[in-house]
Design a protein around this ligand. Sequence first.
Ligand SMILES: [Zn+2]
Length: 178
Amino acid sequence: MTDKFRAGAGRLCLDFIRTLRYRGTPSETEELPDAAAWGAWIDRFGPFATPVRPVSAGDARAVREAIHELLTASARPSTRQRLNRVAAQPVPAPSLTPSGELRWQAADPASAMLALLARDALELVTSPEFARVRRCEGARCGALFLDTSRPGTRRWCSMGVCGNQAKKSAQRAKATVS
Ligand SMILES: [Zn+2]
């Protein structure tokens, strides 16, 4: 279950919004259909040492769609207010164990994770980096990613998956022509 989520978009909030995979296409897939899936996402992307067991995924999906709206359209006032509210919630706090390890804790880990995500989105949308958020050119991928390449010409969310597929179909097209 856990390894189905895709990572590497360059920002936590961008990895989060791609859990509605192939967004806006006929193959659109909900990767957070229930609390178990949302817990699995937190376990993979969050800072907590122990598994998180949220009671539902409804809040997560609502915050995700609010973040998507913020990053891709002019967010409605209600969307902005929702994200401000979520971002104001407590985020995970660091604590040192007796054996000297760092542990991240929260009274409500799932809410704290949403607060982290909302803060990340608010920071991103107001930062110079936002000009470098691009849409993957991979066939039906459509994921948003942060282009951290020096020339700013990255075209795919990942070279491993979408970049490779594009290369292969370009080679196939060439082979057909010649
Ligand atoms: Zn892609």
